[in-house]
Design a protein around this ligand. Structure first.
Ligand SMILES: [Zn+2]
Length: 424
């Protein structure tokens, strides 16, 4: 472990640069890095990393190459100009353990702007909270990674291990960004991802499937409505059938480690719906989009087959429904962070040092890129980050003091994990 005096210097360095860290985070929030529009935010991160003397790598995601990996999520958009950015710190002599500091730059849509108290792309700090789409999920974390590293060096120390700073895309829809970084060859002895996790560590996390269901109808004039088949009405029947699958999976939770005590860990979200052509025509079609969760250890393919069986059953019986599902994004499995790794023990200690409380861990029923490093590179992955509110909602916000402490904890983690040399 580094000395108490070195720790003190690092913690002071985080405080000294914290205003600058907040301004950088605000600038990042002002770039609306919605899916496929991450370019300008990536430019900013690329410049920030290059300024720190890191070896820079930026590349466009290749769907064909990604499709050869089992963790690939099918792509419904063009990846032209959709890029990952990685900055690498290489110590003069690589004596310590290596580390990946990962974060995603993509954000989810802001929704109807009139329901926000102010622009989602402004990032004011009010009463200790920074607002804006992506402030918590997870631009504060991306900035924390860089400023934690800065603090170690500003404290007069040089990390003795290799560090990769990853700013990835596609975390909110396919997970292909982190997967692409993995396929490019980036590996390390541990990974930190400062997602908004309430100052806690993620112990287990669901996998996610995205798919679109298209229901076919038979159009007629409403004056003889009974002779047609209403695809929108039928879509509700299909949703009800899918809810039964959801409930069946939830009923199984007792058999899944770290999920036993959750009330409803498996959520199917019907997130978008569209259908029909005309108010006075019985609708010939309806399409809706589903996000479904699965437990760690359940192959995505197995879950997909159950969904297919559910839809196939609707095609039989007295009122058959023609519903076809296609994959539209996430096709990912969940993961468990096995307790007892050295990385976790170290985080427990740096967290205790900064927060003065024990590090808590919990299970999240949402997708995380942690699965990429855990499942496909067997690397201890610490998803650990600040307190936030309303992520994916209106008036998303992140706690500024929580960001400060998380940054301190990560800075101490970097110094202890990689080891440090005093600068000469
Ligand atoms: Zn996130």
């Amino acid at each position: 472990m580094i000395t108490e005096e070195q720790s003190r210097r690092i913690l002071e360095a985080v405080d000294a640069a914290f205003d600058e860290q907040l301004s950088f985070t605000q600038e990042l929030v002002k770039h609306p890095s919605l899916r496929t529009q991450e370019g300008s935010a990536q430019d900013l991160l690329h410049a920030a990393m290059a300024e720190r003397g890191l070896d820079m790598d930026r590349w466009q995601l290749d769907p064909e190459e990604l499709a050869t990996h089992e963790g690939f999520g099918p792509v419904t958009v063009s990846y032209e100009d959709v890029t990952n950015v990685v900055g690498t710190y290489l110590p003069a002599a690589e004596a310590g353990r290596s580390l990946i500091l990962n974060g995603h730059v993509d954000v989810v849509p802001e929704g109807p702007a009139e329901h926000w108290s102010r622009s989602p792309w402004d990032a004011p700090i009010i009463d200790g909270w920074m607002y804006g789409r992506g402030a918590g999920d997870m631009k504060a974390g991306l900035a924390a990674n860089l400023f934690a590293f800065d603090a170690v060096r500003a404290a007069g120390l040089e990390p003795a291990g290799r560090i990769h700073f990853q700013s990835v895309v596609e975390e909110e829809c396919t997970g292909n960004g982190s997967l692409s970084a993995l396929m490019r060859g980036y590996r390390a002895d541990a990974v930190i991802i400062p997602e908004p996790e309430e100052d806690m560590l993620v112990r287990a996390n669901v996998g996610v499937l995205w798919f679109k269901v298209r229901v076919s109808g038979s159009p007629t004039h409403p004056r003889e409505m009974g002779t047609g088949f209403n695809a929108i009405d039928a879509a509700y029947t299909v949703m009800t059938a899918l809810r039964e699958v959801e409930e069946k999976w939830n009923a199984d939770r007792g058999q899944h480690r770290f999920f036993e005590d959750l009330e409803h860990p498996i959520n199917f979200n019907f997130g978008q719906i569209i259908g029909g052509d005309w108010p006075s025509s019985v609708p010939a079609w309806c399409e809706f989009d589903v996000r479904a969760a699965i437990y760690p250890g359940i192959p995505a393919e197995q879950a997909w087959n159950e969904v297919q069986q559910c839809l196939a059953q609707l095609q039989t019986g007295p009122a058959p429904i023609n519903a076809v599902a296609t994959k539209t994004g996430f096709f990912s499995e969940g993961y468990v962070l096995e307790p007892g790794s050295e990385a976790e023990s170290l985080l427990e200690s740096t967290h205790q040092q900064v927060f003065g409380t024990e590090l808590g861990s919990f299970t999240t029923p949402g997708y995380l890129d942690g699965r990429v490093f855990t499942l496909y590179a067997d690397t201890p992955t610490l998803v650990y980050g600040p307190v936030s509110e309303a992520i994916h909602g209106f008036d998303e916000r992140v706690s500024v003091e929580s960001v400060r402490r998380i940054t301190k904890s990560i800075a101490l983690f970097i110094a202890n994990w990689c080891g440090v040399d005093e600068q000469r």
